[in-house]
Design a protein around this ligand. Structure first.
Ligand code: CP3
Length: 367
């Protein structure tokens, strides 16, 4: 049994949808909904470092709740304020968040011959201890949510995490990680497997702490060719989908819906529908109607997928994009199988009221 008891859930729309049920309207949430486009985010964060906010359960839960409060009645899920890079940190790597530049690893992984790789492969990582602050933030957030909406836990996908660990931050070239997969494929796979096992335990412990649905972010999936995706991403995503339910069962916990978001890997949608996830997230390069066809009879729900860039446009453009999306996902006929979101995280400088208009249009056009 879970260690905690929480107030009863008042809005379980996203959970029912994720389990494939017919529902009254599509649930909505937005990736990066707690973030820099919100003035209250900057206010609450103050002069604190980004990872300091993640490590402080009080601050992390406050930030998590901001979009739930601002958009009450529109947002059907919260996502815990944290980052995918807490896993490399738990593995012993230093990761800093550099203002306006993003994550930076001062000492990235060089080659598998390096002492650092050998140590990483040998080190036993205690994700219960190292990431205890995340579980505490989740438990506190569940209490503060008071049953308003379900809470997402999340992890980075092994492939995306390894990209960051080897590149040392964001990149356009992907020189280092491409060197790894084409020069050291076996060592790459061994480390991916190690990261994967940590991801399973990390997600299980997030559920134990109170997460009610989980998402795996494979933000760099689209950097792989279809053949490389099969080697370096798919097996590890599938391992998580297979082993998380087993681990939850061992821990005496209820099963939660699992979402996979393989950004940019449109070629892999068909394969992603057979990996064991209840929900597959689509970025904006997917055509919703084609994606619904690809899913076919399989019990897979789609999530997405408006271009986040539309929120820089006019209200007319937002209405048009929402209308195309609602039609594409076949909402009027199906009344199931779709969680409304953007096709990637919301970006800085979006006006919060324009996001509200996006939500209102989804409500209006799915009535
Ligand atoms: O609201 C939420 O979605 C919850 C919080 C959340 C953050 N990061 C907060 C954050 C989540 C789910 C993430 C996941 C994450 N982090 C991903 C996967 C999603 C994606 O966008 O593809 C990735 C690739 C990261 C790594 C990361 N963290 C980058 C590349 C950056 C900097 C660039 C950017 O787009 O912001 C971050 C920083 C980060 N993570 C911020 C926030 C709110 C901004 C920090 C700040 O400057 O205040």
């Amino acid at each position: 049994m879970a260690d905690h008891s929480f107030p009863p859930l008042q809005n379980d729309l996203i959970l029912r949808t994720a389990w494939g049920q017919t529902v009254e309207r599509p649930p909505i949430w937005v990736m990066r909904q707690a973030g820099r486009y919100l003035p209250e985010y900057h206010e609450a964060k103050g002069g604190r470092d980004f990872f300091e906010c993640c490590r402080d359960p009080e601050v992390a839960s406050t930030l998590t709740l901001q979009p739930i409060e601002r958009y009450a009645g529109f947002v059907d899920a919260a996502i815990i304020f944290s980052d995918i890079l807490v896993i490399p940190q738990a593995m012993g790597m230093t990761v800093e968040m550099v203002d306006k530049k993003g994550p930076h690893f001062p000492d990235p992984l060089r080659t598998p011959q390096d002492k650092q790789y050998i140590e990483l492969m040998q080190r036993k990582v205690d994700v219960a201890k190292e990431l205890d602050y995340v579980y505490k933030a989740i438990t506190l957030t569940r209490k503060k949510l008071n049953g308003r909406v379900p809470l997402f836990g999340f992890t980075g996908a092994p492939w995306t995490l390894l990209c960051y660990m080897v590149e040392g931050g964001g990149t356009k070239l992907f020189k280092e990680i491409k060197t790894w997969i084409y020069k050291y494929p076996e060592e790459t796979k061994a480390l991916l497997q190690k990261i994967t096992e940590l991801c399973v335990e990390y997600l299980a412990l997030q559920v134990k702490a109170g997460a009610q649905i989980v998402q795996v972010f494979d933000s760099w999936a689209g950097e792989l060719s279809p053949a490389s995706f099969k080697k370096f991403s798919e097996p590890y995503l599938a391992y998580i989908a297979k082993h998380l339910p087993i681990r939850l069962e061992e821990l005496g916990l209820e099963q939660v819906p699992m979402v996979v978001f393989p950004k940019g890997a449109w070629f892999a949608l068909d394969a992603c529908c057979d990996m064991g996830y209840q929900v597959v997230g689509l970025d904006w390069t997917h055509d919703p109607a084609e994606s619904v066809k690809t899913v076919g009879d399989r019990p897979v729900v789609l999530q997405g997928n408006a271009d986040p860039g539309v929120l820089y446009g006019t209200h007319e453009s937002i209405t048009e994009v929402v209308s195309e999306m609602v039609k594409g996902f076949g909402w009027a006929d199906r009344k199931k199988g779709w969680i409304a979101n953007l096709g990637h995280g919301i970006t800085p400088f979006v006006k919060p009221d324009d996001l509200k208009f996006y939500f209102e249009e989804i409500h209006r056009l799915t009535k």
